[in-house]
Design a protein around this ligand. Structure first.
Ligand code: BT5
Length: 328
């Protein structure tokens, strides 16, 4: 019932809806409407009520809700189902289980916090309340060799969405770091399930430090948060919707055979191309120059003896003082 009320309030785009109308449509008494509205307020939704006018919802308030997220989303696939949890170990884990049980292409799993958030290669991803922690299930019907570009695609979607919603300039450091002013504000963990010839599904995990304060992450992580960078809170619904729209647009380009256009967007947001880097691979470190991104998602670097090498794994940091990242 409460979700229905949220849906009705949202459908009015921030206008007042009278208690009488709500009680008629929902088939409950006006006192019943009041009871649900006050419960919704207790859950954290900001609902203004005025005797003559009725009730009005502030759409970016309160816990995430599938009605709020689906309202005016405008995608055909991304977010056709939302699974929203308070706390999980990792949204990628939940997504994997749901996908195995048949969840639809485009299903999105969101959690307020993760107690076992994962980065790549078993690294930990800190996921306190206030961040956006989500995973998208995709079933593109491609072979393994054709899905490598999904990490790049997701990076572009996240960086663009941040730019659009906050006005902050986010950049991408290969393969999956989203940076603002040299600090990591988000990351992507793309996982593939299936066989060589037939990928069953992908789980694209996205973490963004949206509304985190100074104390929420330890200083040694060198992380940024969107709210600290912009000096105001980020509207989570707007950011999630923007990411899903960009993901859909970019995936459509990819599936239409226009990977080159996705790569062009990636290059335009890359933090470091044509710059000096330190490559860390298999416990070795060597100096190189980053040259370009390849269609298969590899970073092309030039070694000190002028050979072009494709990197598929490993870490790249910029050469310079303290190995800091720099924007081109
Ligand atoms: C990543 O790994 O950057 C991928 C992060 C993906 C997180 C999302 S959240 C939703 C979904 N569910 C999951 O369980 N994961 C995905 P990697 O490149 O390996 O970076 C990990 C490193 O980033 C850590 O070793 C820390 O140094 C640093 N780090 C950890 N938490 C961070 C945070 N919240 N913000 C910035 N840096 C962080």
């Amino acid at each position: 019932m409460r979700e229905k009320i949220l849906g009705l309030l949202l459908a009015r785009g921030g206008e007042f809806v009278s208690g009488e109308e709500l009680s008629k449509v929902l088939g409950i008494s006006r006192a019943g409407v009041w009871k649900h509205i006050s419960h919704l307020r207790e859950e954290g939704y900001s609902i203004a009520s005025q005797t003559r006018l009725g009730h009005r919802l502030e759409r970016n308030s309160g816990p995430l809700n599938k009605y709020v997220l689906g309202h005016n989303l405008g995608t055909a696939k991304m977010g056709r189902e939302f699974v929203i949890r308070h706390e999980v170990s990792s949204t990628n884990e939940v997504a994997k289980e749901l996908a195995r049980a048949g969840a639809l292409d485009g299903t999105v799993v969101l959690a307020e916090t993760q107690n076992g958030g994962r980065g790549r290669r078993g690294r930990q991803w800190l996921s306190p309340q206030g961040g956006i922690w989500l995973s998208v299930i995709l079933r593109p019907g491609l072979e393994l060799k054709d899905v490598a570009s999904y990490t790049l695609l997701a990076g572009v979607a996240v960086a663009l969405a941040i730019n659009k919603v906050t006005g902050l300039k986010a950049g991408i450091k290969w393969p999956n770091d989203i940076l603002i002013r040299n600090k990591k504000v988000g990351g992507i963990l793309a996982e593939v399930f299936g066989e060589w010839q037939a990928v069953d599904f992908l789980v694209i995990g996205i973490g963004v430090n949206a509304n985190l304060g100074e104390q929420d992450l330890p200083p040694e992580v060198m992380a940024a948060s969107l709210s600290l960078e912009s000096g105001r809170p980020v509207l989570p619904v707007d950011l999630i919707q923007a990411m899903l729209r960009e993901l859909e647009r970019l995936e459509q380009l990819l599936l239409a055979g226009k990977l080159s256009e996705v790569l062009a967007e990636w290059r335009s947001m890359a933090v470091c191309l044509n710059c000096a880097v330190v490559v860390k691979e298999h416990k070795e470190e060597w100096l190189a120059e980053s040259i370009d991104i390849a269609e298969d998602g590899a970073l092309i670097v030039k070694t000190a003896d002028n050979r072009l090498v494709k990197l598929y794994s490993g870490e790249v940091s910029l050469r310079g003082s303290r190995g800091d990242y720099n924007f081109n």
